[in-house]
Design a protein around this ligand. Sequence first.
Ligand code: PLP
Length: 369
Amino acid sequence: MDIAAQYGPLRPQIDEAVKEVLDSGRFILGPNVRALEEEVGATLGGRPCVGVGNGTDALCIALQACDVGPGDEVVTSPYTFYATAEAIARLGATPVFAEIDPVTYCVDPDSVAERIGPKTKAILPVHIFGHPAAMGRLRTLADAAGVRLVEDAAQAYGAAEAGADACTVGDLATLSFFPTKNLPGFGDGGMVVCADEELAERVRRLRFHGSTDKVVFEEVGYNSRLDELQAAIVRIFLREVGAWNEGRRAAAAAYEASGLGEHVVLPGSAPDATHVYHLYMVRHSARDQLRAALGEAGVASAVYYGIPLHLQPVFAHLGHREGDLPIAEECAATGLAIPMHPTLSPESVGEVAAAVAQVADSLPAGAPS
Ligand SMILES: Cc1ncc(COP(=O)(O)O)c(C=O)c1O
């Protein structure tokens, strides 16, 4: 991230918005939250949106609104942040991990189809690193099986597949406004995007202790409310996120044009996908050595999801072994995020690409095929 370059020009607007909230004395679920819900919804075909405390709560609430509970299974990706599967387990249901696509790193619809069974209640794809999951095919699968489709769009506001925006194909979709996300806030925050008003009503009730009026409590819910300061800030960033996503795509195009793909595996994209490059994940078989050498060369990099979820200790009871999901395991072992942000200049891309290429070529193992 380059905080100064991204937020510096917006500082007067941010200061003014914060001041207005402080002066208003309204701090939780006030006018800014309502406005943000409407403004995000307006960009997503008018879908009703509900602001919540964070992206993890958004997932739990969305799954509960689908009546996911003990005894149910939810088919999801093993190559994602832990919160995706944690939400399933939190509700007492079982995550069923499907294999991922080696190009997009999103869940593979053929593998999902194999795992749908009588206990399946929902499919939970993740638009990982900003690449949209194969939503058209997953929608068809969900409809044929009579199960819900929930999109984890924490990393992918603005992504699209075949012209359909992320968050507009599932029955429900979730966003995170964690500060590193491509649509960020300055703290915790999240949103549930709903296909219809009936689901939205349930989600609104769940975010406030399962009650609509603070008098009658209809189900066990959450205290998961978006606050006014975050909503006011995210409203400003919502106006910028289109240009920021363009900046990310331009940086990705510059990485491709640099010839970096001859030294490491670059992130791929489905032909009909609009990628927003929340992260720029390259792959190399000597990933850990690459990372260490890049650090010495002054280039920041990070490993994401180095242990795929099916092999995490918390899910040991599911009985998975190494080799069960080889593509996810390969990506977890070889993936490395290199610098990516909306204001990454062509010169910086050139410098990073040159450093990565030089280091990668000096390592004993070649790039994975
Ligand atoms: C794919 C994914 N899902 C869910 C979450 C959870 O969001 P939050 O950190 O806002 O709870 C995150 C981010 O942390 C994420 O990357």
